[in-house]
Design a binder for this molecule. Structure first.
Ligand SMILES: CC(C)(COP(=O)(O)OP(=O)(O)OC[C@H]1O[C@@H](n2cnc3c(N)ncnc32)[C@H](O)[C@@H]1OP(=O)(O)O)[C@@H](O)C(=O)NCCC(=O)NCCS
Length: 160
């Protein structure tokens, strides 16, 4: 059984590990080996995760019966999604969908007008199924390796 709950500092080590595993095990479905390697090199340390997840943003984790983190995601105060990462053990099972729904509900409760992100190919597929649209493809380099993602957004309420 999966429970969605707020982030707590002791989750950070598992989250850093989920980042590494999701990039190295799921990333190759859409990105080449060099791209996966530079993406993995951007892995946030547990200390960095504790810092950013306590900056006022909303961070939720999906945990199993043993309270082990299976996926995590965040929404910053302005609606930006910086992280959405799933353990390969539960990718494709609907756990991330539960997590996302809870994040979107929290954003609506905070009256956030628009969600937006720079989504990987995998996250783009996931978010388009949830009403996001692609604003543009972004091509850039990380340590000399060309890689791309997509600016995506979803309006939650009419601009005032
Ligand atoms: C993005 C992510 C959280 C989505 O969670 P998920 O449970 O995999 O979501 P979905 O099942 O909807 O899968 C999204 C896409 O991943 C791929 N995918 C997921 N499970 C797959 C599987 N078992 N086999 C092959 N491809 C799979 C597919 O391309 C799928 O898109 P599709 O439905 O159009 O085919 C997860 O894929 C992940 O952690 N990816 C790696 C990290 C990442 O890209 N994070 C976002 C950074 S911006």
């Amino acid at each position: 059984m999966i429970t969605i709950r707020p982030f707590r500092a002791p989750d950070a080590a598992s989250m850093s590990d989920i980042y590494r595993r999701s990039v190295t095990e799921l990333g190759p479905r859409a990105y080449g080996p060099q791209q996966v390697a530079v993406w993995a090199s951007l892995k946030p340390s547990p200390e960095r995760l504790v810092e950013v997840m306590n900056d006022g943003r909303h961070c939720l984790v999906a945990v199993n019966n043993q309270d082990q983190v299976m996926a995590f995601g965040d929404i910053e105060c302005d609606g930006h999604i910086e992280y959405l990462y799933a353990s390969p053990d539960i990718a494709g099972t609907g756990v991330v969908a539960q997590l996302y729904d809870a994040l979107e509900n929290a954003a609506k409760a905070k009256n956030i007008a628009k969600l937006y992100s720079e989504a990987s190919e995998l996250a783009k597929s996931f978010l388009l199924k949830r009403g996001f649209s692609v604003v543009e493809r972004r091509d850039f380099e990380v340590n000399g390796v060309p890689i791309h993602n997509f600016a995506v957004e979803k309006r939650l309420r009419k601009a005032s």
